[in-house]
Design a binder for this molecule. Structure first.
Ligand code: XUL
Ligand code: CO
Length: 441
């Protein structure tokens, strides 16, 4: 492989190809066929699959009960820049071998943060120059960049929502540098996930000031990026909790309110993560639908949670039927606006072979592909759409249509109810809808 640099980290693994569901090759796609057209677009275009730098290259499997278990061969140099370059080599080898077109990063996934802001900025500049070359050589692109304003202890009380202005300013400097990096790498979007933007106790919190400060901060970031020629979309990534108890960007509905309240609706959309939806007690498809209704279905962080526990396990997607319900929303909304499907997911702590990272991403891509095919078949071939249409048929004509057109008053409803007697009992037919999904699986 000429494109991947001098060293090869994933030895013995070549390009992952589509071989179809009859294939027994674990290192092949069974359903993700990048050039196959579904509903007018290739799968590659629909999904814009991306690798997440943090899980795939940085996360060695540490948890509160023990250290990391994964010995990444790119994480050996004690020189920060050399280590960053090795990691970049591994990243581009991986993305290229997967046949993906995109990657995503936090600033300090790329290179370790230094002791001072100035030195950190220097390091980021250096690695960005290197990444530019890697992008050019491989054709791999940056789906989105972001800044990690949650790991460093200085952000323990928040970043943009910190009660201390000095910390807010420090977060601003970090976002400026991350925006510069994203723009230099032709990043297509920029993400804000507010892991520490929220509170642990209302007793010590001025919620109104903190939220207004976030609004000011996001506007500043947007204005700066636009002044530097950034044409992409900004995404807020909702999450209800973890690490903070009450995160301000709780779910899509809350985040849409933030976007509208602070006048950001022309520039911001949502990046929706499966496990964040479930932590908010919603389904993923619910969150996609809320975003789509607001014209803000921007991007997806693909993963899944675990039904038996209540935290962000970030497992790779593997539930076809659930993902198919999400793909119904996805297709009916006309896909994503600007974003793609980023695997914000990690292999388990005891999955220690480098090959496991490939198997995990193959499984995730196949789950989305199979779900897309299923959803498309349901829309094309089944009675699903006509059933749904019929369910709301009463709004198509007569008084129902006048109601939708805004032509009725409450008195008109009163008159209608008085002349029509007890409404007919009409079944919701949920089981029939569920059976239709199953039929095409
Ligand atoms: C955390 C999470 C983040 C964001 C980017 O749960 O999803 O990795 O995607 O900061
Ligand atoms: Co995420």
């Amino acid at each position: 492989m000429a494109l991947i640099g001098d060293k090869e980290y994933f030895k013995g693994i070549g390009e992952i190809k589509y071989e179809g569901r009859e294939s027994d090759n674990p290192l092949a796609y069974k359903f993700y066929n990048p050039e196959q057209k579904v509903a007018g677009k290739t799968m590659r275009e629909h999904f814009k699959f991306a690798m997440a730098y943090w899980h795939t290259l940085c996360g060695t499997g540490g948890d509160p009960f023990g250290p990391g278990t994964k010995n990444f061969p790119w994480a050996v140099s004690s020189d920060a820049i050399q280590a960053a370059k090795d990691k970049a080599d591994a990243a581009f080898e991986f993305v290229t071998k997967m046949g993906f077109d995109y990657y995503c990063f936090h600033d300090f996934d790329l290179v370790d943060e230094a002791d001072s802001l100035a030195e950190s900025e220097k390091r980021i500049h250096e690695i960005v120059e290197y990444l530019k070359q890697k992008q050019e050589a491989s054709g791999v692109k940056l789906l989105w960049g972001t800044s990690n304003c949650f790991s460093n202890p200085r952000y323990m009380n928040g970043a943009a929502s910190n009660p201390n202005f000095d910390v807010v300013a420090r977060a601003g400097a970090q976002v400026k540098i991350a925006l510069d990096a994203t723009i230099a790498l032709n990043g297509e979007n920029y993400v804000f996930w507010g892991g520490r933007e929220g509170y642990m106790s209302l007793l010590n919190t001025n919620m109104k000031l903190e939220q207004d400060n976030i609004g000011r901060f996001l506007n500043m970031a947007k204005d700066y990026a636009r002044s530097q020629g950034f044409k992409g979309t900004f995404f807020i990534e909702p999450k209800p909790m973890e690490p903070t108890k009450h995160q301000y960007d709780f779910d899509c509905a809350t985040s849409i309110n933030t976007i509208r309240e602070y006048g950001l609706e022309n520039d911001f959309k949502l990046n929706i993560e499966v496990n964040h939806a479930t932590l908010a007690q919603h389904t993923f498809q619910h969150e996609l639908q809320v975003a789509a209704n607001a014209g803000m279905l921007g991007s997806i962080d693909a993963n899944r949670g675990d039904y038996q526990n209540g935290w962000d396990t970030d497992q790779f997607p593997n539930n076809v039927l659930e993902t198919a319900e999400a793909m119904l929303v996805f297709l009916k909304a006309g896909g994503l606006q600007g974003g793609g499907v980023n695997f914000d997911a990690k292999t388990r702590r005891n999955s220690t072979d480098l090959e496991d990272i490939f198997l995990a991403h193959i499984g995730g891509a196949d789950t989305f592909a199979r779900a897309l095919l299923l959803a498309d078949e349901v829309l094309q071939k089944s009675s699903y759409e006509s059933l749904l249409d019929k369910r709301y048929g009463s709004f198509k004509s007569g008084k129902g249509a006048e109601f939708v057109a805004g032509k009725l008053s409450l008195n008109d409803l009163y008159e209608h109810a008085n002349t029509h007697g007890e409404p007919e009992q009409i079944s919701g037919k949920q089981e029939l809808y569920e059976n239709i999904i199953n039929q095409y699986s």
